[in-house]
Design a binder for this molecule. Structure first.
Ligand SMILES: Nc1ncnc2c1ncn2[C@@H]1O[C@H](COP(=O)(O)OP(=O)(O)OP(=O)(O)O)[C@@H](O)[C@H]1O
Ligand SMILES: [Mg+2]
Length: 332
């Protein structure tokens, strides 16, 4: 668990209208208090926004976006829970939790759903790995045993809505967060479907290369099927373009096609193709890991992540709500 210190220049990128008052550095809690002070908002219990990353293709930056967004929202004073929904456990590794280390005692989202389904007590708090102190950035990690979720989900009636029911039925735990960010695996699976149905507007990450348009069409047809089966959900998409580089003609071509086809569904902020993102690959390859706002707050990538976080906080209605937490992140 990390006590992070946020530079005033980073706070300014994330929250341009917040007065810094000459502070040398900030904690997420100080940002939250200052925002509540400025806006005159009291803490109130509001349901968290749920953002699920999705794309019908691997390696497009889903995990990169969720990890950076989680960190950025926490630095904006929001309380964020990230859920690693991918047995590859890239999000888990990115935050320094080794999914291969048995001493980590990983309790993943499949274990939680199984306990909830079996009407056993679900100990959500035991699953959480705190990343930033104070409950600002928490993680429900994954490991390879998450692949076992599909065989048992296969026998569960109404499995598509099981995760959504667990989320909505356990507000004393989930309600302490302002945002729940869920990272999914690239392949369609029963687990991925269940996680996907908790997000009413999927966050689609499109890498700016030739295969994005086809992958988006596949995803759109999946969503059409979901909406036919569950008409009350009204599932939609919001697209983030990732991996822009001005000197690659292909990037511009794909970005223009995305804009022409999807119009306002495409976020105006585009993440650049930047070597700085590569340093986040995590514990497995021995490279230093961590979100760009922590590691390289002055980089072009950090500025893009900050602008994207501002845009998505507004788009998904992420508030400063949640139950008040004590210093250890527990609910008072
Ligand atoms: N904007 C970027 N610039 C440079 N490298 C990037 C960028 N976005 C992602 N990457 C790199 O591309 C690789 C794939 O990214 P990531 O793991 O986030 O994709 P993913 O969609 O989650 O993959 P998977 O489908 O396997 O879960 C990683 O090595 C990551 O560091
Ligand atoms: Mg991933």
């Amino acid at each position: 668990m990390k006590e992070i210190s946020i530079k005033p220049s980073t706070v300014k990128m994330l929250l341009p209208s917040l007065k810094s008052g000459g502070k040398a550095c900030w904690t997420p809690g100080e940002v939250r208090d200052a925002r509540i002070g400025c806006d005159g908002k009291a803490e109130e219990s509001v349901p968290p926004a749920v953002i699920v990353s999705r794309m019908a293709k691997g390696g497009v930056g889903k995990t990169t976006v969720i990890a950076n967004l989680g960190s950025a929202l926490a630095m904006m004073g929001h309380k964020v829970l990230m859920v690693d929904g991918d047995p590859q456990a890239s999000l888990t590794g990115m935050f320094g939790v080794n999914p291969m280390d048995e001493d980590e005692n990983i309790v993943h989202v499949g274990d939680l759903m199984h306990a909830f389904f079996s009407r056993q007590p679900v100990d959500f708090t035991a699953a959480v790995k705190p990343i930033y102190v104070g409950g600002y950035l928490d993680l429900i990690p994954a490991d390879i045993t998450l692949v076992n979720a599909d065989p048992w989900l296969n026998g569960v009636l109404n499995r598509e809505l099981l995760f959504d029911r667990m989320l909505r039925g356990n507000q004393p735990f989930f309600g302490r967060y302002d945002a729940i960010l869920i990272d999914t695996a690239p392949a369609t699976s029963l687990l991925t479907n269940a996680l996907m149905l908790a997000g009413r507007e999927l966050l689609v990450v499109a890498m700016l290369n030739g295969s994005s348009m086809k992958a988006l069409h596949v995803l759109e047809s999946n969503i059409t099927e979901v909406n036919a089966a569950f008409p009350d959900l009204h599932m939609g998409i919001h697209i983030v373009a990732n991996g822009y580089h001005g000197s690659f003609a292909d990037c511009k071509k794909v970005l223009n096609r995305l804009a022409a086809t999807y119009g306002p569904l495409l976020d105006e902020n585009v993440l650049p193709l930047s070597t700085s993102f590569r340093r986040q690959d995590g514990v497995m390859d021995g490279e230093p890991s961590g979100p760009v706002l922590e590691r390289e707050p002055s980089s072009e990538s950090a500025a893009s992540v900050a602008a994207l976080a501002r845009s998505l906080a507004a788009r998904y209605g992420i508030l400063l709500g949640g139950h008040p937490a004590d210093a250890s992140g527990g609910v008072l």
